[in-house]
Design a binder for this molecule. Structure first.
Ligand code: BES
Ligand code: ZN
Length: 639
């Protein structure tokens, strides 16, 4: 990338001349604008963005937005700082449904722009004729039903009194509310002024920049500034009746006041996790680690928005048994947020590395037994996911997503096969060596994009420098580029669930469920049991399970989910009211999608339930969840 190399080159020269000129005092420092690098290699070409970053790229975004709950839009300006080749006269941004009023240069002179042909998943290119301008101002309103934004009615919140808004950028959703280059390989620093109606509070994935400013007596302006360059999918906003409670020196939690005490209790180990993660992966470079517990519509378990992880309330079990979710989102502060997949094909570099890192944090904070069990659960998930794939090719780590939505690659493969691959590498070279390598990886690629090819090259150079044979023997290319599971998979401690596995065998042979044993089990042990007993059960056996283990009444949502899958698979009527209640009270995609899909497929029993429940539940669900569920034809007017 010639123009970027030039900038770096000029900076290096001035450094040299400062040092060389012993007699002359160094020139006054100019304000440092760090422009993150763009990779110029074949496996870094992002087919999910229209941007041409090697011609012209955005490096800073300044948002000035008004949040309007009536129209369910955000409206205002995005000022973009651009780095471009000297002869570049246009820049291509990503857009999905934005209403653009005008684009100007920094002085307000209008610039021509055009929106190209619309693709259903990618949206459209927004091309601006910048001429010599290197700063532009886009005056716009977010898309109608912007896929990144969910506006909730008061009824859909915990407090039921105030509306709520949150955004979800990953993977390619932010282009529906921010006109920029929406590619994970094009990092941008950013700042924002957000105007919201009183008494609502705005929070974002960045440090606060100054105090809030009253705007008349009906509105307040909140300001944020992210000095570090981040991939634009990590720009996130939430607005609601929010309060904050500190947890430790650099950790804390935001939530509606109704949720805050429970949330804070559940998150009590967070500071310990940050310390453990720093031991493993190097210093935490984002300053604070806060979390935001959202209303139950939030479509994911968690989202690693920098400085402010977004969380589903469904992880709150009352006994901290589901907090590996926090270890996961925290780990993304290194894997994903420092070193970021340059394209969604290499999603495993974000998620597989994060599952590996999450397991290591769990081991450090809670011990080896829990680690061993998490590894076994992840291996089971990997196997069942691969067996259930529609396209067997999707079990490769590096995915071919050209012409497909990045969501198509969002399976358990990048997560669990990715983690299994890294654990296999770790076992092959030994922990000390592997841990040092991973620390180095995060350090070398901090605030920069990475690809599968780069990972393989570095493993070869740094871990197997003098041993080509050992490198070849590991079959790394097969792990990354080929479907299926290579034979050298490191099995982990297969005795990790010995006691539970004995109970599973006894139950599968017709024995009664063991209520006393269940009582003594951890959540992971219960998940192992429910995940591994035979799928098909008679109504009598289902009733016996439910009675002995109290499944329909459980308050642990992961346990409940596995039970409800069994309920649907075995058409167990007594638990249907609970199933309905679960589907209409939270919108976590991982829970609702498989259940509704399974119901819809069962024409003789479940379809009717799905047709009754889905229209009722749908207003609660995020656009990213309804996108595929709508295709099942469960809505009255969809036929
Ligand atoms: N970054 C993901 C969530 C995500 C992935 C959002 C792809 C949109 C597109 C997040 O870190 C994640 O993996 N969440 C998991 C939890 C985790 C413990 C496996 C989830 O939401 O279930
Ligand atoms: Zn993740």
């Amino acid at each position: 990338m010639a123009f970027r190399v030039l900038t770096v080159f000029a900076a290096a020269l001035s450094l040299v001349s400062c040092r060389g000129g012993e007699e002359t005092p160094p020139p006054a420092p100019t304000p440092k604008v760090e422009i993150a690098p763009i990779l110029d290699r074949e496996d870094a070409v992002d087919t999910h963005s229209y941007a041409k970053p090697l011609e012209a790229r955005v490096y800073h975004v300044a948002l000035d937005l008004d949040v309007d709950f009536q129209s369910q839009r955000v409206k205002g300006t995005a000022t973009l700082a651009i780095d471009a080749k000297p002869d570049a006269t246009e820049i291509v941004l990503d857009d999905r449904g934005l209403e653009i009023e005008k684009v100007t240069d920094a002085k307000g002179a209008p610039l021509d722009f055009a929106i190209g042909e619309v693709d259903e998943s990618l949206g459209a290119p927004l091309t601006v004729k910048i001429g010599k301008a290197r700063k532009i101002v886009v005056h716009y309103t977010s898309a109608e039903n912007a896929s990144a934004l969910q506006f909730l009615t008061p009824q859909q919140t915990a407090g039921k009194k105030h509306p709520f808004l949150f955004s979800q950028g990953q993977a390619i959703e932010n282009r529906s509310w921010i006109p920029t280059q929406d590619s994970p390989g094009i990092r941008q620093s950013w700042e924002a002024r957000i105007r919201v109606p009183n008494p609502l509070v705005a929070v974002m994935s960045a440090p606060k920049a100054g105090d809030k400013i009253p705007d008349g007596d009906s509105h307040t302006i909140y300001r944020f500034k992210m000095d570090k360059s981040v991939p634009p999918y990590l720009i996130a906003l939430a607005v609601g009746n929010l309060e904050f409670r500190p947890l430790g020196l650099r950790t804390g939690v935001w939530a509606e006041p109704e949720t805050l005490p429970k949330a804070a209790a559940e998150l009590a180990d967070t500071e310990k996790m940050v310390t453990a993660a720093e031991d493993l992966f190097g210093p935490y470079l984002w300053d604070r680690y806060d979390m935001l517990v959202l209303p139950p519509s939030f479509p994911f378990g968690g989202m690693e928005n920098p400085t402010l992880t977004f969380l589903t309330p469904t992880f709150i079990a009352g006994d901290k048994s589901l907090v590996s979710l926090i270890a996961h989102e925290l780990a993304h502060s290194w894997s994903g947020n420092l070193a970021t997949n340059a394209t969604w094909s290499d999603f495993w570099l974000n998620e597989g590395m994060t599952v590996w890192a999450e397991q290591r944090i769990i081991e450090k904070v809670y011990g080896k037994e829990q680690y061993d069990q998490k590894v076994q659960l992840s291996l089971d998930d990997m196997k069942s996911e691969i067996d259930g794939l529609e396209k067997p090719g999707d079990s490769a780590l590096a995915l071919d997503l050209k012409g497909r939505h990045p969501d198509d690659g969002f399976t358990g493969v990048p997560y669990d096969k990715g983690a299994a691959f890294l654990r296999t590498l770790e076992a092959a070279v030994g922990r000390d060596k592997f841990d040092a390598f991973m620390k180095g990886w995060f350090e070398r690629h901090a605030f920069a994009p990475v690809t599968s090819g780069m990972f393989i090259e570095e493993v070869k150079d740094k871990l197997f420098a003098n041993d080509e044979e050992a490198f070849e023997a590991l079959g790394i290319e097969e792990w990354v580029y080929k479907p299926g599971i290579p034979d050298n998979l490191e099995p982990g401690n297969t005795e990790a669930f010995a006691e539970v596995d004995a109970a599973i065998a006894a139950f599968n042979e017709g024995g009664a469920p063991d209520a006393a044993a269940w009582k003594g089990w951890s959540t992971d042990e219960r998940l192992r049991f429910l995940g591994r007993i035979e799928e098909e059960q008679t109504t009598e056996r289902m009733a016996a399970l439910d009675k002995a283990l109290g499944l329909t009444g459980t308050g642990n949502n992961e346990v409940l989910f596995l039970w409800l899958k069994k309920v649907v698979a075995n058409r167990y009527d007594p638990a249907v009211p609970r199933l309905e209640q679960f589907l209409t009270s939270q919108g976590r995609r991982k829970f609702v999608r498989p259940l509704i899909e399974a119901l819809a497929e069962d024409k003789a029993w479940g379809r009717e339930i799905a047709e009754r429940v889905y229209p009722k539940a749908r207003p609660l669900y995020h656009p990213m969840t309804t996108r595929d569920l709508d295709l099942l034809g469960l809505l009255p007017d969809a036929g």
